[in-house]
Design a protein around this ligand. Structure first.
Ligand SMILES: [Zn+2]
Length: 164
């Protein structure tokens, strides 16, 4: 009887008889992949009360952020409206965006000379606290800069970004 038990123990451990090298490598690659995927879990967004926009469910895109006025927290733009984050404003790095919210457009046009040429612009102010947040391009003298017309530059120094 004692012999039967011993044989049973031996065969119940399959790794002992198989080739150790190939088995180990396949097991380790499998386990590292599964732990990696479990590392990423999307942050559950806290509802801010204004639930007018549908929640972003795709994990391939970063979540949309709100760009708001640093002074008064008025919502100025959304990260999904950013065309380029490589623009220069009067105060340093700026966003080039297709649309802005809750701003006042100045009545007077101004001419602005920049590295890329001369533009006609209108200053945009935060509707709530009147701080100048950037400008709107009305007209470009250079043909290759025409794509900027009707679009906006907002100063990153005057904005802060929050998750929706
Ligand atoms: Zn403001």
């Amino acid at each position: 009887m004692g012999l039967v038990y011993a044989q049973h123990f031996r065969t119940s451990n399959p790794t002992e008889n198989s080739t150790p090298a190939s088995r180990n490598s396949s097991v380790s690659s499998k386990s590292s992949r599964s732990t990696f995927s479990s590392l990423y879990s999307p942050k559950s967004s806290i509802s801010s009360g204004s639930g007018s926009l549908p929640p972003q469910t795709s994990q391939n895109y970063p979540p949309t952020r709100i760009l708001r006025c640093r002074k008064c927290h008025n919502h100025i733009c959304l990260s999904s409206l950013i065309i380029s984050d490589n623009f220069n404003g009067s105060l340093g790095p700026a966003y080039f965006v297709s649309k802005v919210l809750n701003v006042k457009l100045a009545k007077a046009r101004e001419f602005k000379r920049m590295k890329t040429g001369r533009y006609e612009v209108k200053v945009i102010d935060c509707k709530q606290c009147d701080c100048s947040i950037g400008w709107k391009y009305l007209y470009s003298e250079e043909d290759k800069e025409k794509y900027k017309e009707g679009r906006f530059v907002v100063e990153r120094a005057l904005l802060e970004e929050v998750e929706m």
